[in-house]
Design a protein. Sequence first.
Lengths: 352, 319
Amino acid sequence: MNIVKKKTSLLNFGLSELSIIYPLLAFIAILLFNLVFTEGFFHIEIKNGHLFGSLIDIFNRGAPVILITIGMTLVYATGGVDLSVGAIIAISGALAAQMIRPDYVKGILEYGDQTSLIMVLLVPLALSIILGLWNGFLVAYIGVQPIIATLILMTVGRGIAQLITHGQIIVFEHQPFQFIGSGFFLGLPFPVIMVILLFALTWALTRKTTLGLFIEASGANPLASRYMGIPVRVITTLTYGFSGFCAGLAGLIITADIKAADANNAGIFMELDAIAAVIIGGTINGGRFSMAGAIIGALIIQSLTTTIITRGVPPQVVLVFKAVIIIMVALIQSKKLRDQLSLILHSGDRPS
Amino acid sequence: MKKIINTAIVILATILLLPGCTGSDKDDGTITVGFSQIGAESAWRVANTESIRSEAAKRPNIKLIFSDAQQKQENQIKAIRNFIAQGVDVIAFSPVVETGFEAVLREAKDAGIPVILIDRAVDVQDDSLWVTFMGSDFVEEGRRAARWLIEKGYTNVKIVELQGTVGSAPAIDRKKGFEEVIKDHPGMVVIKSQSGNFTRSGGKEIMEAFLKTDGKEINVLFSHNDDMAIGAIQAIEEYGLAPGKDIIIVSIDAVRGAFEAMIEGKLNCTVECSPLLGPQMFDAVEALAKGESIPKKIVTEEGVFPQETAAEAIGSRKY
């Protein structure tokens, strides 16, 4: 009897903190697969003074999704969802490019004076935050369903981005701005540095202050939280604003990386990757969240993509392949399924 | 209030249409063409509209009636019915979707007005409902890219391919055309092929991964469009190789960005996929008006632009 109990608890591995173990195992499994089967995957060299290799690529290419995943986790913990992040990415990128090259859409190729980096960063980010707060306002104060409220901006937002770029791809050269997308700092790609900073900041804010608890409480039971004196509406609105900010940052990275604003394609379907990452990471819709789990979730998705490309899986089956892996990870996450499994596994130990 | 405005609009519209209806200018040699465009959803489409409009303005005997369907089929059907009612000589249109044009095309045929399809095909049982389809031959574009490589003597090379959106006609056909030509040259091997969705970021991410695994071996990059090639060029530079020299790059579309890259020596060749259908369209229209027969399929006149010609050709690129 004793043995059975031990085994069950091993399978369930704690209820909250340790749930990150499953996404982590999945991530390690993907890496192990590549260690064995993909030649040169773990090869990291120092080239021109910075780190270089497929592993670095996973973190670098995954940076935009990880950034929006950080915002999405908080929104998800309040019981909402933010579908508009892909559109905000497009808007932020379009605006940055438009500010660098204001006359390009009119067919004028001259740049004029170089726009200051501060402006190129601040204006798109400010607009992204405002758009996020707008989502939050709709959800918290008007009472629109989160999926509908953010769907509005998801649809309209890409249109706004296209209006900014006049439907063209704005290409530009702007050395300081490009650094954000393809620069290196301390040997690491700059987007990775940004992820680390934002993660540290968010972690400190939500785990070293009561803010994290407030967010979880607002999501788990808004009414009770309000009676306890938690400003539920303000907190909900702020999480959407933060999600907008994260999306704005991601948009700047994507745009700076390819030195062009592509309003049609920048950030397309990225909101879905972020939602998948949050769920794989073990965050409950309205309640406890696991920021580290969500980030590992995003890394799983990106490492899958990188694996697929390096291994040359035919493009026709790529999406199916990805879906199967994500379903598997999500299934391992399910406590219900694990309980069922352990019941089946240990049914033999029982007397009946 | 709303009713009054609506009535006013109807009256106004009728007045505006009147000259079109009454103008039975049959024998002064003017050819009236009604053209229904899909919309203005991409730079390519805008260039397409511009080409048709400016060509019509150049020819004194042509009168163009332009109508924008704004991506809606019902607008397009309405426009074609209007053209029939106005008694135009030729109807040209780029169908928004493939199906559902049977009835309105039959009306045009009964009225004796020939119909030209521009850039996109329709799915109708009866082929005689339209006289000609005019557009690009994507398979031929793929073949041209391969032939350019062979002409330049790159016959013993390892190739990586950036495909367009999975399942799209240009991606399928360009791949097919390219493979068709290189299969006679056993030295030309495609070692990696992946979809970059026709976008710059897709091209960059995939090229980056290709370089990680096969960086030393890749001789040639074949990209299904210019945007992906431009993304890949960045990846190659960041990897530390010289695009256009260490890796030969050939792509398709011939947009302005590709010419800029060629002038910098980073792209070797681009095969044109032209939206500038205006001149050929009105040649066909004039032939029809004279009663000449024209082929059922007219392939757009498209060029191949190697790096050497980029500097002089860029001035004429409108998109």
